[in-house]
Design a protein around this ligand. Sequence first.
Ligand SMILES: O=C(O)CCC(=O)C(=O)O
Length: 247
Amino acid sequence: MNTMSARRSSKTMKEPKRKEKDEEGAENSKSVDDFLDKGFTVLEVGEVFKEAILLKVAGEFKRLFQSDAKHDKRYQNFIARDKDQLRFDFALSPRVQQKVLSLFPVRCVETIDRFAKKVLDEQDLKMQVRVFASLPGSRAQTWHRDAPRKKTFEAMNFFILLNEPDRDLGLTEIVPFSHLKGGGGTLRGAKPRLKASEVLAFDYAVMHRGLPNWSTGTVRYVLALVYTLNSFKDKNYSSRTRELQTC
Ligand SMILES: O=C(O)CCC(=O)C(=O)O
């Protein structure tokens, strides 16, 4: 029994249900186990129409970037993630969120949705769509968790890279098993190279950071589908953050 399954065998830490012959197939079943063990996994979701999504997201970013949102500390939906003001995190407006989600193939959204329900062991979850934008010249982020370590899984990210894969634009670096232990000292992370049909799924308590954008003129966009238990209070974002219920 691995560490995480051992930790999950009490009532509050439910044993993840094995799914050998169900409709998700052996591949995703392996990914759930991988996630529960290491705190992250790369999930195959099928082809995503990234160009159209990128266009929408970039339009929204430019609109917010040029507006007062950037300077208004009370505007909680557009958050600078570094002191250089070259990294931003924002929620899409409900209208753009709906539009973006409608651009995803149904199979892809269903795969992500099912995966979140398995990991969080709950059918009724909250989901919101956020965007991370790192501008050319942005440096490596400091290592961080999106929530403190807990004995149960409460919240998770699905990162979808919208740009064409390009090392110069930066990657997300992630520390395996860091949802279970540690976080001090010199950290060494995994840097998963995602194929066009893959997303990076990781627990909110996993140490991670965005790496520098070395490019001269390209903003790197990561779309994040954030799934949480209904009871989870996301300290990263205020109550003004707009939320969407999952299907
Ligand atoms: O840019 C990335 O890959 C990660 C961004 C991130 O984790 C953050 O801004 O909190």
